[in-house]
Ligand binder design. Structure first.
Ligand code: AMP
Ligand code: ZN
Length: 484
């Protein structure tokens, strides 16, 4: 009897292999190991929930998902924190425009963000702290900065960080400190390197904030965006933790300012290794809400693209290289994934349990895959290992040179690759139960045509099925139907 394939995880061993990641601080690849107990603590800057996230944002979140999965692939534990920025200039403006309370305004964007994560098969983080639930921690952090003489109150009721008083300020973004103009201040959350100066920790209330305000010892107002992340990261991960990530636009001023606030307050190194992904672009420009050149996930799923096809496009490039978004890339993803699906189907059809070592070509793919993902998440190389494996498996299958137990071992290896990639579909045979009745009757009619050697009718029905989004393949075991 042939068994339906179900991955049982024999390759999910504790490799504890050597991982090298590019550190944006040292601007070089470094060997990475968690600071404590083989358990990685990672902070990933999350969405500002004033709109639906676009797929550029999801490039950052899929990069972080791959990072998380690679860490687990190597046998380490992980605590990942991803914040929800639910109070800042943009969320307040949106709530005022709609005339609703801030929480009402942000709630649907938070819900849709979590839906999108599921569609893209992004593993959930352990903690999703919302900024508005952590105001006391933020006030306490500002208090510490006052105590250390790094914070001061300005005339407008805001509180600023004094960058001149922290000699290490600028180390992440490599700022030219000689360009600092004494006393210059920036009240916006985002600004260029050239105009850096003292930045806002707390924004004193004004009429533009409507009823969004909290009381603090230095006056009514709200936290600055940079401060939110410092306070929440240290609450959940401690004063010093392993990894901090985001899109490259987060590097300055957001992450530079986080370092200043956290190290200024604790005197300890904030983060061991910083990682940033390059942007998703459209026609050479950053995909962004302000440029209006963006697609949300819904825009693409409404056009018929699946979550895994979109995920494939987002992860199939080196995270430090800009990635140009095109519909051709989605087409190519569909074709590539269909190749993997067909190989999985063919392997599953003959796989049977048993003791069998991996064929030599599969062992090579296994080594190549691990080496690639551990070399600063080199996914182009990892996909090359996957497709080499698929090619070799297909040749072994067509030469009838694969024992059932070896087919099973190759499937297990593919399943272990997919713990990182998250794009392979296993066990699709069980989905046959969902074949609509009209499709099934076409398949039956085609089977009858074939037994009657009516090839013209068989081809006609195959085209009819294709027009309805189903492909059919003939094998010695009969017809094999697949949803396209
Ligand atoms: P935001 O909601 O604007 O704070 O952005 C959330 C995350 O998405 C941050 O890590 C940004 O750096 C990242 N991000 C925004 N636009 C892009 C893009 N076009 N490509 C890659 N990452 C992006
Ligand atoms: Zn952040």
């Amino acid at each position: 009897m042939r068994l339906a394939y179900a991955p049982c995880g024999i390759f999910e061993r504790n490799y504890m292999m050597k991982m090298n990641f590019y550190n944006s601080m040292s601007r070089s690849k470094e060997a990475f190991k968690p600071l404590k107990d083989n358990h990685v603590r990672m902070y990933t800057c999350g969405p500002t929930v004033y709109n639906f996230a676009h797929i550029g944002n999801f490039r950052a979140y899929t990069f972080e998902d791959i990072l998380r999965r690679v860490i687990k692939f190597n046998g380490y534990g992980i605590t990942q924190v991803m914040n929800l920025t639910d109070v800042d200039d943009k969320t307040i403006r949106g709530a005022l425009e709609q005339g609703v309370p801030l929480k009402h305004f942000t709630a649907p964007f938070i819900a849709s963000f979590f839906d999108d994560l599921r569609i893209l098969n992004i593993e959930p983080a352990e903690v999703y702290p919302a900024a508005t639930d952590h105001i006391p921690e933020m006030i306490a952090l500002i208090q510490k900065l006052f105590d250390k003489n790094l914070a001061y109150k300005s005339d407008d009721g805001s509180v600023y960080f004094s960058v001149a008083k922290l000699p290490s300020y600028g180390k992440l973004a490599n700022l030219d400190r000689t360009k600092l103009r004494a006393g210059s201040r920036v009240s916006h959350d985002e600004y260029e390197k050239e105009s850096y100066g003292d930045f806002a920790l707390w924004k004193g209330w004004d009429a533009n904030d409507g009823d969004v305000a909290w009381d603090a010892p230095w006056g009514k107002g709200r936290p600055g965006w940079h401060l939110e992340c410092s306070a929440m990261a240290m609450k959940y991960l401690g004063a010093s933790f392993d990894l901090h990530t985001g899109g490259i636009d987060n590097l300055f001023p957001h992450h530079e300012n986080e370092i200043a606030q956290s190290e200024g307050a604790t005197g300890e190194p904030y983060v061991q290794l910083w990682m940033h992904c390059a942007h998703l672009r459209v026609n050479g420009e950053k995909m962004s809400k302000s440029l209006g050149n963006f697609f949300t996930l819904r825009d693409l799923t409404d056009k018929g693209w699946s979550g895994r096809e979109i995920r494939y496009v987002l992860i199939n490039g080196h995270y430090r290289q800009p990635l140009n978004f095109t519909f051709d890339a989605l087409d190519a993803a569909r074709v590539s994934l269909a190749r993997v699906d067909e190989c999985i189907d063919a392997l599953s059809a003959m796989a049977a349990p048993g003791e069998q070592a991996l064929p030599e070509w599969a062992q090579r793919a296994q080594l190549a895959f691990s080496a690639a993902v551990n070399d600063d998440l080199n996914l182009p190389e990892a996909f090359a290992a996957l497709f080499n494996l698929v090619r070799e498996a297909n040749s072994a299958l067509s030469a009838s040179a694969l024992a059932p137990a070896a087919a099973s071992a190759v499937l297990e290896l593919l399943a272990s690759f997919d713990t990182v990639l998250g794009v392979i579909h296993f066990g699709r045979k069980s989905q046959c139960a969902e074949i609509p009745a009209e499709i099934q009757s076409l398949v039956d009619a085609r089977a009858t045509a074939r037994t009657e050697k009516n090839w013209a009718e068989s081809d006609r029905i195959r085209d009819l099925l294709a027009a309805q989004g189903w492909s059919i393949r003939d094998s010695k075991d009969g017809q094999r139907l697949k949803k396209l």
